[in-house]
Structures are given as structure tokens and as C-alpha cells.
Design a protein around this ligand. Sequence first.
Ligand code: UFG
Length: 344
Amino acid sequence: MTRVASGASVLVTGGAGYIGAHTAQALSARGYRPVVFDNLSSGFREATRWGELVEGDIRDPAALRRAMQTHGVEAVIHFAGLIEVGRSVASPDLFWEVNVAGTTSLLTAMREHGVARLVFSSSAAVYGQAGIGPLETIPEAARKAPSSPYGDTKLACEWMISAQCRAYGLSAVALRYFNAAGADPSGIIGEAHEPETHLIPLAIAAGLGDGKPLTIFGDDFDTPDGTCLRDYIHVNDLAAAHIAALEVDLAACAFEAVNIGTGQGRSVREVVQAVARALGRPVPHATGPRRAGDPTSLVADPTRARELLGWEPACSSLDEIVRDALRWEGQPAYGAGSRSARKI
Ligand code: UFG
């Protein structure tokens, strides 16, 4: 059995990004020493408040080896990668290079440095149109039919990691996130993507009058109110899942893929209503056509996370997620003092 003890130094690739920063905070609170490894291409220096920041690219194994050596790294949580689904359709080569070749480079550096535990950021995007009915939850064994090169690269990474676990005695957990949302209640770290495409920040911006009215992408899906169903999971619950995956007893060579979601599907209209409730005013919106590649429903069967990791969501009610997302959106900006200048 291998496990990582509290106090260990943990390399967090992509730790300046949204989920990475929240996980670095959770690691630090739990007594680990997070070392953030990030090239700051989409993450933010201001988000790296927990542990040292090493600027580097995951495609550079020498830089990874140096970071592992300097900091005596004992485990890795691997977030670094490209995430925009639309961009992956336009530039699949880039996604394979950063996500897949970057993960190969990381695995090589881990092997050379003798790091035997990995937690990998995977995604519900590996399922795509899983062939599951709109009101059914998706178990890990469901058919994998990614609907974008982004999803393809996450699935390819899972296969590669699994094969390297068997070949080299590594143990790894791939966490298949459903819809990460919300922010730390402190309001000091949160979600910021450029451009922002995610539903909750866009609905908040529309409600605050900071953005365009929200477009609901299709209301003719086979769901109770005609809009898509998603499983929204608070980013701090996601961070806790990473700690659980780091600490779980696993045999050498073991690879586990685990859904991280609540098991509850929420429609786009329900999210819009929750944002309006939190703001105390309506969210201007209109219905538009479907967005290409959007599955009707993506809702986790979270049984495996409970059984293997002992993990359950603690703060992922829709109202709690929206409340924390709103607190983050309402904070003064880093540095420049404007919301649009704040960049985590
Ligand atoms: N939506 C709208 N209007 C918007 C934005 C989103 O109606 O302006 C809808 C989408 O159609 C979808 C739901 O809100 O039904 C959620 O959309 P998001 O863009 O917030 O999230 P996705 O479900 O598209 O994306 C998530 C992760 C991705 C991952 C993808 C896998 O954020 O990283 O699931 O399908 F790749």
C-alpha cells in the first residue's frame, strides 16, 4: 500500500489556476507543503498564496525534475493543461501537445525522481454523449464517447497514466470533475477565465448589469424544462476530493478513475433562478440556439467517490455555490481595482 503522509511536499501543476489554487489552499490547511508549478499562461500569480511558485512548463521535464528535487516532492496533483472545449476543436494539435505530451513529460520526471503517487484532473468530458438517458446518472464504467478533442485528450491521459501505473509501480487517481463552480467563501480566490464561457459567472454578470444578457443555449432538450442538466460541484468540495485521493491507500500499480459530482442534475433555468434569488433581482436572459457539442445531461453517479475515497460533497447546494460565486464577483480587484482586471 502506498499513501502520502501529512507534511509531505506536493507538486501542484497548474496550481495558479481556478481549481489548482483552491486545492493548494486545502493542502496547506491539511499540513502539506504545496509547491505550485505553473507557466502562468492562464493562471495568476496572485492565486499562489499557499506554497512557493515555480514558474515552468510541464512540457519541460528538466524543469519538472529540478522542482521535484529542490522541494523533495513526494506526490503530484496534475491540473496543468488546456481546458477550453471550443479551442480544442479549432486547435486539436495544441491540446495533444500540452495535455498529452505534457502529461508524458510529467510522468517521466516523476519516474526519474521516484515520485509514486499522482492525482490527475480528468473530466466528465470523457463521457460525452454517454448514451445514458437524460435523467440517469453516469457511472465510471459508462461508455466513453468524448465530443471534443479536449475530452479525447483527458481520456488519452487516463489511458497513458493507467498503463504507466502498471508498468512502473505508480499509483494514481483520475478525478472526473463534473461542473466546477463557486469560490472560496473568503472571496480571495475564485473563477476567472478569459474569455469567460461558464454559466454561473455569466449569469451573475448579466444580473449585475456588467455583461450582456445571458443567452440560454437551447430550451428544446429532452429534460423537464427543456434546458440542459449539469451537476454543479463547489470548487472547495473538489479541492477536498483531491486531498482524499492523495491520502487513499492504494496498491502500487493501482489506477482508479472516480467521478466527482453531487449526483443532482440542475437545469440552466434552475441556475438562472438561483442567481436571481441570490442577487434579489432578475437575470436578463433570452433563449438562443443550442451550443455545438453540449450533451443534454451530465450528472455523476458519485457512489465510487464515497466508497473509495470516503468523499461526499459538503457545500455544493446550488444556493451555496451561487452565494460564494457572487461574493467573489463582488470583491475589489487585485491590484488595479476593477473586476475586469482581477485575474485568477
Ligand atoms: N450555458 C448557457 N449559456 C451560457 C453558458 C452556458 O445556456 O452562456 C449552458 C450550457 O449550454 C450548459 C450549461 O449552461 O448546458 C453549463 O455550461 P458551462 O459552459 O458552464 O459548462 P459545460 O457543462 O459546458 O462545461 C463543463 C466544464 C468543461 C468540460 C465540460 C464537459 O466546464 O471543462 O463540462 O462537457 F469540458
